[in-house]
Design a protein around this ligand. Structure first.
Ligand SMILES: [Zn+2]
Length: 91
């Protein structure tokens, strides 16, 4: 069977779309008021500095990056209403 290189970009695009969809679904399932890290359970969460992909893709989808200060795990949550990001869920 011959490998068709012309399908590699199409495969990369499909893979990127699947990864993006998984991130968006996980962020919307978490909601906008997350109080603990999903990796280690710590409550030391802060908004993460947006990367280029965040600025152009993720923030427009209504999700925002959060960083755990205990284990440095980075994850996404649904963007809260308004401009403030309250990762701890406490006003
Ligand atoms: Zn953590």
């Amino acid at each position: 069977m011959r490998f068709h290189y012309r399908y590699v970009p199409l495969g990369a695009v499909i893979l990127a779309l699947i990864v993006w969809a998984c991130i968006v679904v996980a962020a919307f399932r978490r909601g906008s008021r997350v109080s603990v890290c999903p990796s280690c359970g710590s409550d030391r969460l802060r908004p993460s500095w947006p990367k280029a992909i965040d600025r152009y893709v993720m923030l427009r989808c209504g999700i925002t990056p959060i960083r755990c200060e205990a284990c440095l795990f980075r994850f996404y949550i649904r963007k809260p209403a308004g401009n403030s990001i309250r990762a701890r869920g406490v006003p």
